[in-house]
Design a protein around this ligand. Structure first.
Ligand code: NDP
Ligand code: PYC
Length: 338
């Protein structure tokens, strides 16, 4: 990589917590955010690693987030775990509710976590991989801000609305995917802008609704969904399941809430968990072999499984003890605390 610098793995959390605490996040939130950034950066997830410190910083500066609120878990005897982030970042709320989601999934076979009133900046795979790590399948969805036009439209109505899924694999890394339902994540467009690179065709339209490959025009205009009307419908589903279903905001409402002040979107999050043992009537181990046959047939033809690049990056970065990031990113992060 041209013009990159190395950051020792040990320094990632330290750089992050210094910036986060200085701008106003309390110790618990700063530490949870730093853990998430470490996890993403370790896997070379550039759009949602250290780069997201800018969004976290801007969110605090915008003045709407609570940097100290402790999440509150609601009591329930059904399969739904409700947790109120109380106007803080989502991560501590998910952390608090996750053991309850796992316990309810083991009890009922299927369970859901509804997180309310959270700011959200992060990738979703670290959370669904907590479920596959204990033998459950998991899915997660969030809306964001209304930056994305529906298929056939020209103005932002939908969020970049990521969808993540993780499936446990005995003795192997899980099958995980996690992607925005927009053609590009917003963070990816921002990285193209920083690198001075044009976008591919089909990612965005400008403020007049004309196709553009200029990242700034894309940020000022409307992003497009992946897969035309198919991605658009999935994105609408995410608006509904992680919005009105759980009594929280859509991406349009999140944008209105922000009042143009910038920062991370504010909304809810839904996480679904499935127990393969209960769904299969106690035959999960036998069915594992059938899932493995499916994965083998994909890999045997030269295709790759999602997250394979990430798992390889993690192994490489762990072995060498550092990650590589653009030099300009580290300079700009240092300026946040200057
Ligand atoms: P990418 O397009 O980078 O990757 C999407 C997924 O597809 C990854 O699991 C990736 O695996 C996999 N993949 C990529 N190429 C291939 C291939 N050739 N064959 C098989 N699988 C492949 O994701 P996005 O840019 O859309 O999203 C990046 C992150 O941004 C996500 O973690 C998402 O959660 C986050 N995000 C968060 C939002 C929020 O509101 N909080 C909003 C939007 C996005 P691999 O990683 O191994 O390449
Ligand atoms: O990259 O689209 C994005 C995004 C939105 C909120 C956090 N990341």
């Amino acid at each position: 990589m041209a013009d990159t610098v190395r950051i020792n793995l040990n320094d990632i959390r330290e750089i992050s917590t210094e910036i986060l605490e200085k701008v106003g996040y309390g110790r618990n939130h700063a530490s949870a955010i730093a853990d998430m950034l470490y996890t993403c950066q370790l896997d070379d997830c550039q759009s949602h690693g250290l780069f997201r410190l800018f969004m976290c910083h801007e969110t605090m500066k915008a003045g709407k987030i609570d940097g100290n609120a402790e999440p509150v878990l609601a009591e329930s005897d059904n399969a739904i775990v409700r947790v109120d982030a109380r106007g803080a970042m989502s991560l501590l709320a998910v952390e608090k509710a996750m053991p309850h989601l796992i316990a309810k999934t083991r009890k009922f076979g299927i369970a859901a976590m509804a997180v309310n009133n959270c700011f959200h900046f992060s990738a979703l795979w670290p959370e669904v991989e907590q479920l596959s790590a204990v033998g459950l399948a998991g899915m997660s969805m969030v809306p964001s801000h209304s930056w994305v036009a529906p298929a056939g439209g020209t103005r932002g109505t939908l969020g970049t609305n990521p969808l993540a899924f993780s499936w446990p694999r005995s003795g192997r890394s899980p099958f995980t995917f996690d992607f925005a339902t927009s053609a590009f994540a917003r963070g990816e467009i921002e990285l193209y802008k920083r690198a001075g690179k044009p976008l591919p065709e089909g990612v965005a339209v400008d403020a007049n609704g004309a196709p553009t490959t200029d990242p700034q025009a894309a940020l000022d205009g409307a992003m497009l969904t992946f897969g035309s009307y198919k991605g658009s419908a999935l994105s609408i589903m995410i608006e509904l399941l992680a919005g009105p279903l759980i009594d929280d905001l859509t991406s349009m409402e999140s944008m209105e809430f922000a009042e143009g002040k910038g920062g991370a979107p504010y909304h809810g999050q839904i996480i679904l968990a499935f127990d393969p043992e209960q769904f299969s009537g106690g035959k999960a181990a036998a069915n594992d072999a059938r899932a493995e046959r499916l994965f083998a047939d994909i890999v045997d033809q030269g295709a790759r499984l999602p997250s394979q690049r990430r798992f390889e990056a993690r192994k490489r970065n762990q072995e060498r003890g550092y990650v590589e990031v653009p030099a300009a990113l580290l300079d700009d992060l240092r300026n946040l605390t200057a």
